[in-house]
Design a protein around this ligand. Structure first.
Ligand code: DCP
Ligand code: MG
Ligand code: MN
Length: 394
């Protein structure tokens, strides 16, 4: 618990650290330290045997000698003296005074620290000020289309909704899906599936009817129908006018030596949409994410889309330790490179070879995905005990 407390501190420190680094153009070395505590907390919380003495941790991967010493201290005294020193170090940054403009501006959907920094340099330090300047800026060069939508609904999108509103929103999407493709699955993901009382947005996964492998064709007519119903009010990404093919599929670096099979041919049947919806004119605008996946990828998609993001990171970290790579589309065996490893060597020229060297952890080869029809199969393949969605909100 003490470790995860520091782990939670890490999440905060990491957020603040990154923003500070971007704001002042330098890295915060303390962030690295928090990262190792966070990793240790993940390892310890996933520890299946009873943890009685530090001896039980001997040989566990991901825990350094110092970390084992810290854990021994926690086991013996129930506390970690270092924790107080570390948390004390955090104090100056916990006061967000200087960071308030950064925090406020980054609250606009689609607006990241880079744009925020630019805006702050232009003297824009608050949402009202940003609204004034964006309205004056006739050329609309100040914000992207997405950021402008984020700014328009800033207050509404800051609010989390109650579960029953999310239920109603999924109901609208589900009815439209059934109309277009009877028998297709339409499942609420994200915080909703994890059983949270409130949801920041609504995440919906559409999977083909049983017996069918793909149904990505549904995305365009589904969006058109939901727009006609005045349910969708704005498109943020993957909208009907864009090619809705998923943006995130595996791009292999050309200099690598991965065989053809490293590209998952099913990923071209994945569709991803982000937008804004409204149940009725008296309801608030809400963020909605809709994804369509092939049947054989649905277990990986559900696992990813259920989250939490932190849980996903832990599971992916575990997969890496096992020489695998877990994504929303598969669980692959991989070979990773080490730092400085020579990936390509050209012809001898004036006594020297031109070379391309790799970085640590870079994927050099990726095999075919292990087939998993259910989420539990993914846990099994990774040697992990199954965790139900409501146990994934770490
Ligand atoms: N996800 C992820 N990494 C990210 C973003 C998302 O792994 N950087 C995955 C895990 C999330 C899921 O997608 O649980 C849905 O993303 P959301 O941003 O909608 O997060 P949640 O639904 O978990 O929380 P919220 O209630 O704030 O929407
Ligand atoms: Mg969500
Ligand atoms: Mn979402």
């Amino acid at each position: 618990d003490v470790l995860s407390e520091i782990g939670v501190g890490f999440r905060f420190a990491n957020w603040v650290g990154i923003k500070v680094a971007l704001l002042f153009g330098r890295g915060d070395r303390r962030v690295g330290r928090w990262r190792s505590y966070s990793a240790a907390a993940t390892v310890v919380s996933g520890f299946k045997r009873p943890l009685k003495t530090a001896e039980d941790l001997r040989g566990v991967r991901g825990l350094g000698a110092k970390m084992v010493q810290n854990i021994a201290e926690i086991i013996e005294t129930g506390d970690l003296e270092l924790k107080h020193a570390l948390l004390a170090q955090l104090k100056p940054t916990k006061d967000l005074c200087g960071l308030k403009p950064m925090k406020d501006l980054c609250g606009v959907w689609g607006l990241g620290p880079m744009t925020a920094k630019k805006l702050i340099e232009m003297g824009i330090t608050s949402i009202p000020e940003l609204r004034r300047r964006a309205a004056e800026d006739r050329a609309k060069s100040l914000l992207t289309h997405q950021q402008a939508i984020g700014l328009r609904y800033y207050e509404e999108l800051q609010q989390r909704m109650q579960r029953d509103e999310a239920t109603a929103i999924v109901g609208v999407v589900s009815a439209a899906v059934q109309k277009l493709c009877p028998g297709a699955g339409c499942i609420a993901m994200g915080s909703y599936r994890r059983g949270k009382e409130t949801c920041g947005d609504v995440d919906v996964l559409v999977v083909p009817p049983s017996g069918q492998e793909v149904c990505e064709w549904i995305m365009q007519p589904l969006l058109a129908l939901l727009h006609d119903q005045n349910f969708l009010t704005d498109d943020l990404a993957g909208g009907p006018t864009e090619a809705t093919q998923n943006f995130g599929h595996f791009k292999h670096r050309s200099r690598g030596t991965a065989p053809e099979e490293s590209v998952n041919p099913l990923s071209k049947h994945v569709m991803s949409y982000m937008g804004v919806c409204q149940l009725s004119p008296t309801h608030s605008h809400r963020r909605i994410d809709i994804k369509v996946y092939p049947r054989s990828l649905s277990a990986f998609a559900m696992l990813y889309f259920t989250g939490s993001d932190y849980f996903n990171r832990s599971m992916r970290f575990h997969a890496i330790k096992m020489g695998r790579c877990l994504s929303d589309k598969g669980l692959y065996p991989v070979t990773r490179g080490s730092k400085g490893e020579i990936l390509w060597r050209g012809n001898l020229c004036k006594g020297l070879y031109p070379v391309t060297s790799g970085s640590k952890g870079e994927i050099l080869w990726r095999g075919k995905s292990i087939a998993c029809m259910e989420e539990k199969d993914v846990f099994d393949a990774l040697g992990l005990e199954y965790r139900a969605p409501h146990e994934r909100s770490i």
